[in-house]
Design a protein around this ligand. Structure first.
Ligand code: PPS
Length: 471
């Protein structure tokens, strides 16, 4: 509320109140002033923060001319001395003062580095390093980041505390809402650091989606491994002492390179959250979400199972088939639900200890307990207060549903608006973990259970979790 609004309301109310000899008017005035002060202070802090980030990044762009160099073993000998002599090279980094690459031993052959020079000679567009000429460009944010630079950067920016990777239709929207209800959750900006948008999900940085490219400053290539672009949208240390942020992108799961990028570029204490939901329920939920009509379920499933079997017969490798089919068919329900196969790829890059596995049924029915566990694992304040969640949850089923205003009470939505196969929640007060299996006939259910037979045991073995505790 602005002070003007406040005054207007005050003067409208004042005469009546005074006529009646009440003492409310002065109280009201005090309240108004207090609210205005509070509001202005919050606004100032917010714009101060955005300004700070903006300034840092501009300063960075103006002051540095950068070059990405891909070192090969043969380059090693003359590079460093030549570079340093002529161009006063330093490793990239805001406020970088020192020369990091003081001797040859700090450069690894076959690695990519970014170097920046704060002084760019007008006449030179390239530099000669050994036998090679390297074009100088303004591509500050385009390329891998050197290990040396990473150290500098880590002292300035704050990484996400968690990255959620799926699977789809597992309850990830609910989980993100629950996490964001934590009062220390910080907004993640997708539309340029100067205009924060609270992104709930699908940031898509790590799987090279285009969601971060919409920034007004025209900066391109805002996806992995271009970490600077990502981090410029996050709070700097100055503003993030107590706060934390994180994101969930369910499509990460299928991207071959995402685990590699995350392992390479994020610190170890950034946890990976994965929701475990029974694959048959995922198939149903994912089909419904993609608008498949109930009467077409069987046809779609049979078609997918047969293309799966064809692939297995010819390629003879499940993991390869999973990736191949996903590339051809972006919604493949059977393959999307076979998240076990993709997880294998993730675990070949990232140790199991960095993962937090959340059983979907517990998220739904034991929300408080699960959320305290999640907060503890990512290392933030463990308070979970349901009343802070700004949407309604169905008291019977613990489910959230989308309305035109965002999330709303599922009871208020019609079965049509929820897609084929949706049935209204029952009036029972028992929390039922998976209701969607009731919507399909016995035959289809048996077919899917048959397809995923043995899946749970293999998943349990892979993750070292007893099968009855998985979902
Ligand atoms: N609190 C809670 N806990 C666990 N699961 C919940 C919760 N709230 C909603 N849901 C169910 O999650 C399903 C949607 O999952 P996602 O949000 O991951 O979908 S998406 O991939 O992001 O589109 C969707 O499943 P189906 O109802 O089977 O379609 C939601 O009902």
């Amino acid at each position: 509320m602005s002070l003007d609004n406040c005054k207007r309301t005050f003067f409208r109310v004042l005469p009546n109140k005074l006529n009646r000899g009440k003492i409310y008017a002065p109280l009201f005035l005090v309240l108004c002033i207090a609210t205005t002060i509070l509001y202005t202070r919050t606004r100032t802090r917010k714009s101060e923060e955005i300004e700070h980030q903006d300034k840092l990044s501009r300063q960075w762009e103006i002051n540095h001319t950068c070059i990405n160099i891909d070192f090969e073993s043969s380059d090693r000998t003359s590079i460093i001395l030549d570079g340093f002599d002529k161009f006063n090279f330093c490793a990239c980094g805001i406020n970088t003062k020192g020369h990091y690459l003081v001797n040859q031993s700090s450069v690894h052959a076959d690695s990519l580095y970014i170097f920046c020079t704060p002084v760019r000679s007008q006449s030179q567009d390239f530099i000669q390093l050994g036998e090679k000429k390297h074009q100088l460009s303004k591509s500050v944010f385009n390329g891998y980041v050197s290990e040396v630079y990473k150290g500098e950067r880590d002292s300035l920016w704050v990484f996400p505390k968690y990255i959620g990777l799926g699977p789809p239709a597992s309850g990830s929207s609910a989980l993100q809402e629950y996490i964001m209800s934590n009062k220390y959750y910080y907004k993640f900006c997708t539309r340029g650091y100067h205009r924060c948008v609270n992104t709930k999900k699908e940031v898509k940085f790590w799987n090279r989606g285009r969601n971060l490219e919409r920034s007004k400053d025209g900066r391109k290539y805002c996806y992995a491994p271009n970490l600077d672009c990502y981090l410029l949208r996050t709070p700097t240390k100055k503003f993030a002492e107590k706060n934390f942020y994180g994101e969930i992108t369910v499509t990460l799961l299928w991207h071959l390179k995402s685990p590699e990028y995350i392992q390479q570029l994020s610190p170890e204490n950034t946890k990976l959250i994965f929701i475990l939901r029974d694959p048959v329920s995922i198939v149903i939920a994912w089909m419904r979400k993609n608008g498949i009509q109930l009467e077409d379920y069987e046809f779609v499933i049979e078609r997918e199972i047969s293309s799966w079997l064809n692939c297995i017969n010819s390629v003879k490798n499940e993991v390869k088939c999973a990736y191949m089919i996903r590339i051809q068919d972006k919604t493949s329900y059977i393959v999307s639900a076979s998240y076990f196969l993709f997880l294998q790829n993730w675990l070949s890059y990232i140790p199991l200890s960095r993962f937090i596995f959340v059983p979907a049924s517990k998220l739904r029915c034991n929300t408080e307990e699960v959320m305290r566990g999640v907060f503890e694992s990512i290392g933030v304040s463990q308070e979970f207060d349901r009343s802070k969640i700004n949407y309604e949850i169905n008291v019977n089923t613990n489910r959230i549903g989308k309305t035109s205003k965002g999330y709303g009470n599922i009871e208020k939505t019609t079965s049509d608006s929820m897609g084929a196969g949706f049935h209204r929640a029952s009036k029972s007060s028992v929390c039922v973990p998976q209701k969607n299996l009731k919507h399909i006939n016995e035959k289809l259910r048996a077919r899917l259970e048959d397809f995923f037979e043995g899946y749970t045991v293999r998943l349990g073995n892979l993750l070292g979790i007893p099968v009855d505790e998985l979902y």
